[in-house]
Design a binder for this molecule. Structure first.
Ligand code: GLN
Length: 244
């Protein structure tokens, strides 16, 4: 199917509250990589009280514990709808604080546990130290095996059941600094600690997510027309293995 006749719907969940360290750059990347191919993008910012279903791809960024509290309450109200969306193979990408809320719960320091929406079989507890710095991950499902980004979190995330990591840590701490894994995936739900923002520096992952969202919408694998990614790849390669 020619890219020019395609459409994709993208929802940005609670950007007024969870949008730390340039996470909105992920939305810009997804929109531009579709538009450059002639794929029509129907985009909506979802704020507190808005309807949250019927999209091909959902994105949520990171934030401090305080903003997470407000979003957690709102997400939890929509847990059933978003679970149905997951089970229809909609694509989800959650970064850091948003990632934590895709799990069962996030237990901050000396505060009430924040209930997550269990899209991922994972849970997070606040750790004693903050993990800050560049991260390189080795994946086994992307055409370019590395993912690069920047982490800044105290949360320690543990995966269970059929939820698998995005990959192994080459540099940095990742999910919890112990098991040497970073991120999570279950069906088309992806979570990661990689800010940066993530997708401009990892165009292969952006295209992978766009491809999954189109497959969910049209019921078949669709080949994306190639883009000239020389600058994105130069940037990506310059960060591999960097820890500062
Ligand atoms: N408040 C969470 C933590 O510190 C998430 C932080 C973030 O989104 N960068 O782990």
């Amino acid at each position: 199917m020619k890219n020019e006749n395609l459409q994709i719907s993208i929802a940005h969940l609670y950007p007024k509250l969870l949008n730390l360290y340039g996470d909105a750059g992920n939305i810009i990347t997804l929109k531009k990589r579709c538009e450059w191919r002639g794929i029509q993008v129907e985009f909506k910012e979802i704020n507190i009280g808005d309807e949250v279903s019927g999209f091909d791809l959902y994105f949520i960024g990171g934030g401090q514990d305080k903003q997470q509290e407000e979003v957690a309450a709102e997400l939890y109200k929509n847990k059933e709808k978003l679970t149905q969306e997951r089970d229809k193979n909609s694509v989800f990408l959650g970064i850091c604080g948003g990632y934590q809320l895709f799990g069962h719960y996030y237990q901050p320091h000396n505060k009430e546990k924040l209930m997550g929406i269990s899209l991922l079989d994972a849970y997070t507890v606040a750790g004693k130290k903050r993990f800050i710095g560049n991260v390189t991950v080795k994946t086994n499902f992307l055409p370019v095996e590395t993912l690069v980004g920047f982490e800044n979190h105290s949360g320690l995330t543990y995966l269970q059941g059929e939820t698998v990591p995005l990959g192994e840590i080459i540099t940095g701490n990742g999910n919890n600094g112990v098991d040497k894994f970073e991120g999570a995936r279950y069906r088309n739900v992806f979570g990661t600690y990689l800010h940066g923002s993530l997708l401009p520096k990892n165009p292969h992952f952006a295209d992978y997510l766009i491809g999954l969202a189109l497959e969910k919408r049209y019921g078949e694998k669709i080949e994306l027309s190639p883009l000239d990614d020389k600058f994105e790849i130069l940037t990506h390669n310059s960060l591999i293995g960097k820890s500062y």
